[in-house]
Design a protein around this ligand. Structure first.
Ligand code: SF4
Length: 345
């Protein structure tokens, strides 16, 4: 039996029952694929349902304002995905409102890469596009024993060709879903279930005893440390927040007063810095959290946080006073939600 037939057979017996399965609506498929890009299925499931309930079609998403879209994304991380979805929905409306139907048009939407375009084309329209995500790289590199690095342009092109060949004449929708589920459930990253694998007789990595060696990557991106100190400036029932600017983490999300340094900085120096920014206030500091670590892609945030009760309201450039009753209207990074919870403990 061919590779694709074995995989599809396995899929028929093991497929996960998910709300975005067996649908042909390109908009819903698009949303689910973007959510699942950097999110586990278990976590993405509820987000998907809530998102499509509020934004059931391209028009409703395009008409919403970005802050609301980010609110529905809050907690999922990688917020550029939400901003790109929103921008792409507007792109579609400007082009007439019909969801695009070709690979090139879909690939041209903001935030849509090769993988997502292929997934939408095959799931919604049955087009013969092989989708290559992390699961597919893993399964193919192990099965065929390919040690070409997957994180180079040449490697990506090479695997795209292999993926297309391995799909053969199989139904593109079934095949793509099958190989992705196979990677997620059978040929898993840490401990692949080789003993029960229907491909084990012909799998190269299994024969070599080296599944863990695949897929191969050529480089490791270094992780940078950042040192953030948040001051929860409160006056009566309000806290001061700002919308994070473009060009850095958490664009468009809200955060309390921040002082950032490139190295660890003594508490007294930080307090003096804040006092110099806020003259005419008698400030007292209450520790909310120290040494909190928050990991983002390629960045490690080292966070301290203090509560500061102000004796009178102030104007701070770029910041607004938000009442605690209204806080749910502002999209916040997960880290900030954690700090607020600690403050209330
Ligand atoms: S035999 Fe093991 S390594 Fe090979 S495809 Fe199956 S699960 Fe993956």
């Amino acid at each position: 039996m061919s590779f694709s037939r074995i995989i599809i057979e396995w899929y028929r017996q093991n497929k996960r029952d998910l709300p975005w399965r067996d649908i042909r609506n390109p908009y819903l498929i698009w949303i689910s694929e973007i959510i699942l890009q950097q999110t586990q299925v278990a976590q993405g499931y509820d987000y998907y349902l809530r998102f499509v309930e509020r934004f059931p079609d391209v028009r409703s998403l395009a008409d919403a304002d970005e802050t609301e879209v980010l609110r529905y994304w809050q907690g999922l991380g990688y917020y550029s995905r939400a901003r790109n979805l929103h921008a792409a929905a507007r792109q579609i409306i400007e082009a007439g409102g019909e969801f695009p139907q070709t690979y090139q048009e879909i690939r041209a939407l903001k935030g849509v890469g090769d993988y997502t375009a292929a997934a939408i084309c095959s799931f919604a329209y049955g087009l013969p596009c092989a989708a290559v995500d992390g699961n597919v790289y893993r399964v193919l590199s192990r099965y065929l024993g390919i040690d070409t690095p997957i994180d180079t342009t040449a490697g990506k092109r090479f695997f795209a060709g292999i993926a297309h060949e391995m799909m053969g004449t199989a139904d593109p929708c079934d095949y793509n879903q099958a190989i992705m589920d196979f990677g997620a459930l059978q040929c898993t990253p840490q401990t692949p279930h080789c003993q029960t694998c229907p491909l084990s007789d012909s799998c190269q990595a299994r024969a070599e005893g080296t599944p863990a060696a695949y897929p191969v990557k050529s480089k490791k991106v270094p992780v940078t440390d950042r040192y953030l100190t948040y001051f929860l400036l409160c006056h009566k029932n309000h806290i001061y927040l700002r919308c994070r600017p473009k060009g850095d983490i958490w664009t468009g999300l809200y955060e309390p007063y921040l002082i950032e340094h490139t190295t660890p900085t003594d508490e007294k120096v930080l307090f003096a810095e804040l006092i110099s920014h806020l003259p005419d206030q008698e400030l007292t500091f209450k520790t909310v959290a120290r040494g909190v670590r928050h990991i983002l892609t390629h960045r490690r945030l080292n966070v301290d946080c203090y509560e500061v009760q102000l004796i009178r309201p102030i104007a701070i450039e770029g910041y607004i006073a938000v009442s605690w009753e209204d806080i749910d209207n502002y999209p916040l990074p997960q880290l900030i939600c954690r700090l607020f919870s600690k403050m209330r403990e």
